[in-house]
Design a protein around this ligand. Sequence first.
Ligand SMILES: [Zn+2]
Ligand SMILES: [Zn+2]
Length: 255
Amino acid sequence: MKDRFAKFSTWDSLLSALSTLRHVSASYRGSNDCTGWHLCQNTKRASELKKTERFILRCVQRQDFKAELEVIEGKHYLPRNRRIQDLSPYIDDVGLLRVGGRLNDLQGSGLASLNHVIVPNGHVASLLVHFFHNKVFHQGRAITEGAVCSHGFWILGGKILNSSIIYSCFVCRKLRRTPQEQKMADLPLDRLTPGPPFTTVALDVFGPWPVVTRKTRGGSAQSKRWAVLFTCITTRAVHIEVKEDMSSSCFINAL
Ligand SMILES: [Zn+2]
Ligand SMILES: [Zn+2]
């Protein structure tokens, strides 16, 4: 079953396909109101998707933690060399292997689900990391890891898996790469030819500033003034000329 999950490239597609298949198989068995092979809106319900999620996780756990599950079901302690022994795993009421903690007394009251489901490192784990990485809009490793954890999954070797997925993520590579530096063009001949200042100039107009142009009785009249900045492009000398308005004739006068 786990190998068939490898045919899916996203967590969403795996979830919806498995949800449909489970629904269809139930309708052939006669355990729901539907009949035969069909696409059904019922499969998109949150409760159905949750059941399918548990089914998928149970499948991968049964395959990867076969020995561990047998030991736990047999009520023996895990052998020392088992990789999940440090997590003090236990099997919850729906048959999922979860990280043990200090909340074991809450089992049966629904709060046992506060403990993370152990997900073995593999295709399903990388689908989950991809899903939550997209969900947090391609943020970094810590935030992706946090999103996976806060949705109740404990991925074995999750840190390395996270890093490798983010490293190979196309969007992240695009967003996080260093900006390219522009290669500047050759300087124009005017800037390289020595000569008297202001032989060749560049200019810009800036402003306006309000200035007091006329004192009136008990006040003052203000008008706007602009400035033209001439810069010699050989020597970088600067000259500023005042402009009284923005008309062409005023500019020609300043020039
Ligand atoms: Zn149906
Ligand atoms: Zn990304």
